[in-house]
Design a protein around this ligand. Structure first.
Ligand SMILES: Nc1nc2c([nH]c(=O)n2[C@H]2C[C@H](O)[C@@H](COP(=O)(O)OP(=O)(O)OP(=O)(O)O)O2)c(=O)[nH]1
Length: 139
């Protein structure tokens, strides 16, 4: 049986905008946009992984809000699970500390302005639908 490793992605909503992060590595993903997050480590819950990854990558203190239904296939053996998340009061502002070289806060009108990783598009559609009641990619 093939091992399956969960990658958690955070749909961090700040003032009604979705935080997107541009990957700086590896080369095949660099320049594409994703939901910040990473692999769940052994012994860790997905929620704990989310909090840890957001702290490491963005320097923020955040909490998961709810799981976005579904599982999004990535390059085997990885699958993406997505949570909405919010910054805790007093959290530092997000900064591209690790794995990313640019961050954007996307309004509903801007959500398809960035070049999301192909495998993230279905997840972002669901996030957009949940957050803003829309999510059909346009343009
Ligand atoms: N974080 C994140 N990773 C994604 C997304 N979409 C996608 O295909 N991936 C891929 C990229 C990587 O191959 C894998 C997650 O790896 P990562 O590099 O972010 O995880 P990590 O921080 O735990 O990495 P590391 O400790 O192994 O360096 O999932 C996404 O939206 N968010």
């Amino acid at each position: 049986m093939t091992e399956r490793i969960v990658v958690v992605g955070a749909a961090v909503l700040i003032d009604g905008r979705l935080l997107a992060a541009r990957r700086s590595a590896p080369v095949e993903l660099a320049g594409r946009w994703e939901l910040p997050g990473g692999k769940v480590e052994p012994g860790e819950s997905p929620e704990q992984a989310l909090v840890r990854e957001l702290r490491e990558e963005l320097g923020v203190e955040a909490e998961p809000v709810e799981r976005v239904p579904g599982e999004f296939p990535l390059k085997a053996p990885y699958v993406l699970h997505v949570w909405t998340a919010r910054l805790l009061p007093g959290s530092p502002e997000p900064a591209a500390l690790q794995d990313h070289d640019e961050l954007r806060r996307l309004s509903p009108d801007e959500v398809w302005d960035v070049d999301w990783l192909d495998q993230d598009v279905a997840a972002v559609v669901k996030v957009a639908r949940g957050a803003w009641g829309s999510g059909t990619p346009v343009g």
